[in-house]
Design a protein around this ligand. Structure first.
Ligand SMILES: Nc1ncnc2c1ncn2[C@@H]1O[C@H](COP(=O)(O)OP(=O)(O)OP(=O)(O)O)[C@@H](O)[C@H]1O
Ligand SMILES: [Mg+2]
Length: 239
């Protein structure tokens, strides 16, 4: 569903942020993207979603090249950015309806989906208030609702749990599993290794923009016997 081939991003002519990065995310999978601060996760995610143009390499979403068929590719993506502080002068409801307009979601479908998701996240009473007055976690919840309102098959989420309370994080994790089990996929970055451990079918670990591990956590733990995931992560990303 996501095919990244030889992605490379050079900032400012000489700083290589992501290099030689290739992976496939398949139907039914939740794949976690891990790596230290500055490893290149957000840069990669922005190339996958067509926000940043790669210096070289290609991205295909359900077979549509993100540069050659951007609208087709982007219609399939639900994207959550790493910062929810946008459109703060809109109410939650105005924001999510604006996103639904962009994606051409019918009135009936959007009403149902917004109600469902607002209920899951306990946001029903806040929808008609300006997002400027929301807490960080409430803004994050609206970003999730906005990203999923058009029922995208391919979820690409940049640190989606940040700021969510345990109840909302639990709901989101449950939604991610349901979504993958329905034959879709989820690719998300996280610093919370327990989340990766519990939720992911596979992980992709990057260091200084290059892939250093792709596979299941069981295989990784098998290779590093008697070590916790935290120890393995620290060893691999620092060595
Ligand atoms: N617009 C930019 N111009 C120049 N350098 C950039 C730009 N954006 C990111 N970088 C650099 O690219 C590298 C990767 O940054 P990126 O934001 O992709 O990391 P990350 O893995 O998402 O980190 P974090 O875990 O802190 O979110 C960093 O060294 C960063 O300084
Ligand atoms: Mg980041």
């Amino acid at each position: 569903m996501i095919k990244a081939s030889n992605l490379r991003k050079v900032y400012g002519g000489d700083f290589v942020s992501v290099d030689n990065l290739s992976f496939d995310i398949n139907k039914g999978e939740i794949v976690g993207f891990v790596g230290q601060n500055g490893a290149g996760k957000t840069t990669t995610i922005k190339m996958l979603t067509g926000i940043l143009r790669p210096t070289s390499g290609t991205v295909a979403i359900n077979g549509a090249d993100i540069e050659k068929e951007p609208v087709k590719a982007k219609q399939a993506i639900g994207y959550i950015a790493d910062n929810p502080d946008i459109f703060l002068h809109l109410t939650g409801s105005e924001y999510v309806n604006f996103i639904a307009d962009i994606y051409g979601v019918s009135e009936a479908d959007r009403k149902k989906r917004i109600e469902q998701m607002a209920d899951r996240f306990g946001m029903e009473d806040s929808l008609n208030k300006k997002m400027l007055g929301y807490s960080h976690g409430m803004r994050q919840k609206m970003m999730v609702i906005g990203a999923l309102v058009h029922k995208p098959p391919v979820w690409i989420l940049d640190e989606p749990m940040t700021g969510l309370d345990p109840n909302a994080a639990y709901e989101l994790k449950k939604m991610m599993r349901e979504h993958a089990d329905e034959g879709n996929c989820v690719f998300f970055s996280t610093h919370v290794l327990e989340v990766a451990e519990k939720l992911c079918d596979r992980i992709i670990m990057i260091k200084k923009g290059e892939s250093i591990y792709q596979g299941t956590l069981e295989e990784l733990c098998e290779k590093h016997k008697n070590k916790s995931l935290e120890d393995i992560f620290i060893d691999m990303t620092q060595e």
